[in-house]
Design a protein around this ligand. Structure first.
Ligand code: SF4
Length: 220
């Protein structure tokens, strides 16, 4: 099979996104429940290695007790751990949430900053989390949030051959026009749940199977 040119890959990526966008409206809205940039930041931080639904189950109680950075900064590790006990790695997540709130308070007056550099200076906050917050809370599409769904789908669509999310984001930024960056995470998370599942993707009924080199061949 001949090697696909960058231009052809870009056209294919746009065709995939144009076909999926109407199926999953909502643009840059995050799937995690939140009411402001702070609650979104903490919710994304808690969502590592777990489902959005699991985070949405604990976040109402968490944000009722500690609604902002000032409150969470003075919470005890034991109290926060108890509230998020049902999540994987709850102890580390509780610790990072408190440390994150403390740094927000110390360095940013308790206000969530709006740059990648400042956001990734916060404990537990990597590019994926920062991209979601910048995109969904502030409307700044400076990158693409590559989570487990986006990574899997980009790999199956052969838009990247990278072995880890950071490099996959770099590849996606080259092939996906910037006007699509803000919608890709939400869209592909929902597409990944419905069609391009981690186990047994539904290639036969997938709306983009004619554009996917892995159609009918994708395994875990
Ligand atoms: S054809 Fe299969 S592997 Fe390709 S995007 Fe669709 S579900 Fe995923």
């Amino acid at each position: 099979m001949s090697r696909e040119s960058l231009a052809a890959k870009r056209r294919r990526a746009v065709a995939v996104l144009d076909r999926l966008a109407p199926l999953y409206p909502g643009g840059e809205q995050a799937l995690l429940e939140h009411r402001d940039p702070f609650t979104l930041l903490i919710a994304v931080l808690l969502s590592a290695q777990t489902t959005d639904a699991a985070v949405n189950r604990v976040s109402p109680e968490l944000f009722k007790r500690w609604p902002d950075a000032r409150a969470l900064a003075s919470a005890s590790l034991g109290e926060v751990s108890e509230v998020i006990l049902s999540l994987g790695f709850y102890n580390t997540k509780a610790k990072n949430s408190i440390l994150c709130a403390q740094k927000l308070l110390a360095d940013f007056g308790g206000v969530v900053p709006q740059t990648m550099e400042e956001l990734t200076s916060l404990p537990g906050v990597g590019r994926k989390t920062a991209n979601i917050v910048l995109n969904s809370a502030f409307g700044h599409a400076v990158g693409i949030a590559v989570d487990t769904h986006v990574f899997r789908i980009a790999t199956r669509l052969r838009l990247t051959a990278a072995s880890e999310p950071l490099h996959a984001e770099r590849d996606l930024l080259r092939v996906v026009p910037q006007s699509y960056w803000s919608m890709i995470n939400r869209c592909w998370v929902l597409f990944g749940r419905e069609y391009c599942c981690a186990r047994r993707p539904h290639c036969a009924r997938c709306p983009t199977n004619d554009l996917c080199p892995s159609a009918g061949k994708a395994v875990q």
